[in-house]
Each structure stands twice: as structure tokens, then as C-alpha cells.
Ligand binder design. Structure first.
Ligand code: ZN
Length: 127
């Protein structure tokens, strides 16, 4: 399921949505905060331009809302059902989780967003 060629692979690894050959990001570590959202302009393998239009990635904010909610729900479930935390601790866990995972949430959202518009093409893969 996480193999190259699946959308999930591109979304989780942040690789080029068309050829899956290289990362879209200049730094593969999202916790390097200065470069968290710094992306290559195009894929050096298949020459795909990541920014389809100038404000293309603004749309990923809608996705990041959904992804944040998913993380918040996961934090709630773990804090409430696994650790039996009280309401204050549950709240702290949710906020803490969103802050800690923010770089990952932002990247995941961009990856999901771009994968809605671009699809894997195995003909672009370097042999
Ligand atoms: Zn590519």
C-alpha cells in the first residue's frame, strides 16, 4: 500500500506526484522550520512544475483544516480513552499535538492537495 506508484506513497513521502522519484521539498526534514514549506520549483526528473498557478497552495489550507481535525480527534481519543485524562489534560494534549505536528500537518496537506490534481505516470520514471 505504501509502495511507489500509489498516491499514499507520494502523500506520505512528499515526493513528486507524477514520478515519485524525488522529494518536492528542498529539505526532507519538516522540522527544519526555516525550510518546512520550501519546495523545489519543479521536479528535476520529470520537469513537473509543482505550483500549477501562483496561489496554488492556498487551497491546501482547506485540506490542512481537515488534517488538523483528524490529528485533534486522534489526540482526543488517545488522551481520553488510553490515558483516561481529565478534560483539562485532554485539551492540553490536543493543542500540544497540533503544535508539535504542525510542520507535518502542513506538508501532508500540500501533498494531499497536489495529489488531487496530479497523478502518477509510470512513463516518467527513470529507467
Ligand atoms: Zn517528477
Amino acid at each position: 500500500m505504501f509502495k511507489k506508484g500509489t498516491k499514499l506513497y507520494s502523500i506520505l513521502s512528499g515526493s513528486c506526484p507524477k514520478c515519485h522519484q524525488e522529494s518536492m521539498y528542498t529539505n526532507t526534514n519538516p522540522y527544519n522550520l526555516y525550510e518546512a514549506l520550501s519546495m523545489h520549483e519543479k521536479c528535476s526528473n520529470c520537469k513537473t512544475k509543482y505550483k500549477i498557478e501562483p496561489s496554488f497552495f492556498y487551497g491546501s489550507m482547506y485540506v490542512s483544516y481537515a488534517v488538523s481535525v483528524a490529528f485533534a480527534v486522534a489526540a482526543f481519543v488517545i488522551a481520553h480513552f488510553v490515558f483516561k485524562a481529565g478534560i483539562n489534560m485532554v485539551f492540553v494534549s490536543i493543542v500540544g499535538c497540533l503544535v508539535v505536528f504542525m510542520p507535518i500537518i502542513l506538508r501532508l496537506s500540500r501533498n494531499i492537495w497536489i495529489n488531487i490534481f496530479m497523478h502518477y505516470d509510470k512513463n516518467l520514471v527513470k529507467k
